[in-house]
Design a protein around this ligand. Structure first.
Ligand SMILES: O=C[C@H](O)[C@H](O)[C@H](O)COP(=O)(O)O
Length: 228
């Protein structure tokens, strides 16, 4: 699996050219990508990046990548991120590492979002992976009940005995909705609930997925069927 992540990371790094301002998501696949970019930076590649998590930022800095704030006058050339599930139409379910809100902000600030993944992330329908929803800690039990009224089972993400805390000081509910037949409608309904900050559904955001399988690298775009 680590080798597949490395393959996807190396293929994605081909897209990064000198002088670019890029977005970096989070997760183990992105960390591999950051390491590859770090190797290129040592050979002279000069890039600037906005990082979607403190972990990504720390790793990127350690690898010699120049971290910047969001540019306000221009969009980032491209954002790179991982995913927990990728369904046809490049519908993504994200947030397994708890970074979904900042990842969405970085993706929204970029002209293009490219997803990097190994083949295990490809699914026919989203939902086997519980949907991460970032919520405000205050009154979280009532937020969980509102989500459950939509038909999900919401579990508060824990780190040991304590709630997991996101980089934004929020908490995460991992929500089991079974197979998500209509991700657009679910995202809209959950996002509207009081107490919810963001959902891990990234719809109409990705323009390409770079997927590594034992057969090689596959460049998947929105209309493609999965055949890796
Ligand atoms: O919050 C975490 C992110 O959405 C990750 O991009 C996602 O969980 C995939 O992570 P990994 O590359 O480790 O499977």
């Amino acid at each position: 699996m680590d080798q597949l992540k490395r393959m996807a990371a190396e293929a994605a790094a081909e897209y990064v050219k000198d002088g670019m301002k890029i977005g970096l998501g989070s997760g183990s696949t992105v960390f591999e990508f950051v390491r590859v970019l770090g190797e290129k930076a040592k050979e002279g590649l000069n890039i600037q990046a906005v990082a979607a998590s403190r972990k990504t930022e720390a790793l990127a800095k350690a690898c010699g990548i120049h971290i910047i704030d969001f540019p306000t006058k221009e969009k980032l050339e491209v954002a790179f991120d991982g995913a927990d599930e990728i369904a046809p139409g490049l519908m993504l379910l994200k947030g397994g590492g708890g970074s979904l809100l900042r990842e969405k902000l970085v993706a929204a600030a970029a002209k293009r979002l490219v997803v990097l993944a190994d083949e295990s992330k490809l699914v026919e329908e989203l939902g086997a992976f519980k949907l991460p929803v970032e919520i405000i800690p205050f009154g979280w039990e009532t937020t969980a009940l509102r989500i459950e009224a939509l038909g999900g089972v919401a579990s508060l993400r824990q780190t040991g005995q304590s709630p997991f805390v996101s980089d934004n000081h929020n908490w995460i509910l991992d929500c089991d909705f079974g197979n998500i037949r209509d991700p657009y409608s679910l995202h809209e309904k959950v996002k509207k609930l009081v107490g919810v900050v963001e959902t891990g559904l990234f719809l109409d955001m990705a323009c390409e997925a770079i997927v590594a399988s034992k057969n090689g690298i596959h460049h998947i775009t929105k209309g493609d069927e999965f055949n890796v």
